[in-house]
Write a protein that binds this ligand. Structure first.
Ligand code: ADP
Length: 313
């Protein structure tokens, strides 16, 4: 039988080389001879190894950059978070002060205390929830892909973005499509992209008519990709903006870094998707900006999982 294998050989001078070996028996004038082909693939293997290492480096650098960018976004939102956590803490304090007062009354029963303690617990959970979302973004961890529900991702990140929206006195409206296929993504990175775009939308709407807000919606497109739309009612883009916004360090803000969209685009492309920016039009006029995040669905065999998130990495 023909045989193919791979081994290390040593040259006369001692250098180790990678060799592809193929052995084949062939009949030649009533004789069977063994044909052995040895192919030195050292250069090819080295090139493949270097390519793999370079890809790994790029991926690690992307993750580090994304992490630094998440930290910077969280820093920008710190005042909002402090306010947001302070509210349940103040409520807990008020309830417990009330409890202490009630307990000095001898006739107090457990039934009287229970509803107040339930409220204390709810407020503590609310503070914990905010901190949990925050921690997701701040912790440095290995980028891991998971099977996730796109609508769940959007709902999670909107909770964070609402902290920012309240600072701007704006609303975020969410419209989620039914029965979307699952995604195989790094959830924290995708949330980071959505948060960044929503935050930009809120900033762009400074000075816009009161009552207008940002809309986040999900849909399935006709090629089976999942799409997340983020639309605002700000000034939209000039032609120049549309050519530049994804370039690193392009910013029109006095305190901007111009890295958010560039990092967002590289995250989406690394997931095999696409990030598109366009103007939203109404009666032929620009009525705001629209970002479309398109992501490929997870392979069909992954969709059978019923659990909400299954780690596959
Ligand atoms: P930064 O927010 O630090 O400026 P980004 O990369 O997030 O960096 O954004 C780059 C630029 O793209 C912004 O400075 C702004 O000019 C433009 N931009 C982003 N989002 C919007 C939007 N929703 N409406 C109008 N312009 C936007």
């Amino acid at each position: 039988e023909p045989q193919y294998f791979y081994w290390h050989s040593r040259r006369k001078g001692g250098a180790v080389i990678d060799v592809d070996v193929s052995l084949k028996a062939i009949k030649l004038a009533n004789r069977t001879i063994l044909l052995a082909t040895l192919l030195d693939i050292t250069d090819r293997r080295r090139a493949e190894l270097e390519l793999r290492r370079a890809e790994q480096d790029i991926s690690e650098q992307r993750e580090q950059l994304a992490h630094v960018s998440r930290l910077s976004t969280m820093g920008e939102m710190a005042a909002g978070f402090a306010h947001e956590v302070n509210q349940p803490l103040t409520a807990i304090n008020t309830y417990t002060q009330g409890l202490i007062r009630m307990m000095s009354n001898d006739n107090i029963s457990c039934d009287d205390l229970k509803p107040i303690l339930i409220k204390v617990s709810q407020q503590a959970l609310r503070a914990g929830e905010i901190i949990r979302h925050l921690r997701d973004f701040v912790y440095k961890r290995d980028a891991g892909h998971e099977i996730v529900d796109c609508n769940q991702l959007v709902s999670d990140v909107v909770k964070l973005a609402e902290v920012e929206a309240r600072q701007y006195d704006r609303q975020i409206t969410v419209s989620l499509a039914d029965s979307l296929p699952k995604l195989l993504v790094d959830p924290v990175q995708i949330k980071q992209v959505i948060l960044n775009i929503v935050k930009n939308g809120l900033e762009a709407m400074e000075g816009a008519v009161a009552g207008l807000g940002v809309t986040v919606s999900t849909a399935l497109d006709d090629i089976g990709e999942v799409r997340i739309y983020v639309e605002d009612c700000g000034p939209g883009f000039s032609e120049g903006d549309l050519l530049e916004i994804f370039n690193p360090f392009y910013t029109t803000k006095t305190n901007g870094m111009g890295m958010g969209l560039s990092i967002s685009q590289s995250i989406i492309i690394a997931h095999g998707g696409d990030l598109i920016a366009e103007n939203k039009e109404l009666n032929g006029e620009i009525a705001g900006a629209r970002f479309i995040i398109a992501l490929p669905r997870a392979e069909t065999d992954c969709q059978d999982y019923n659990s909400e998130r299954v780690a596959v990495n």
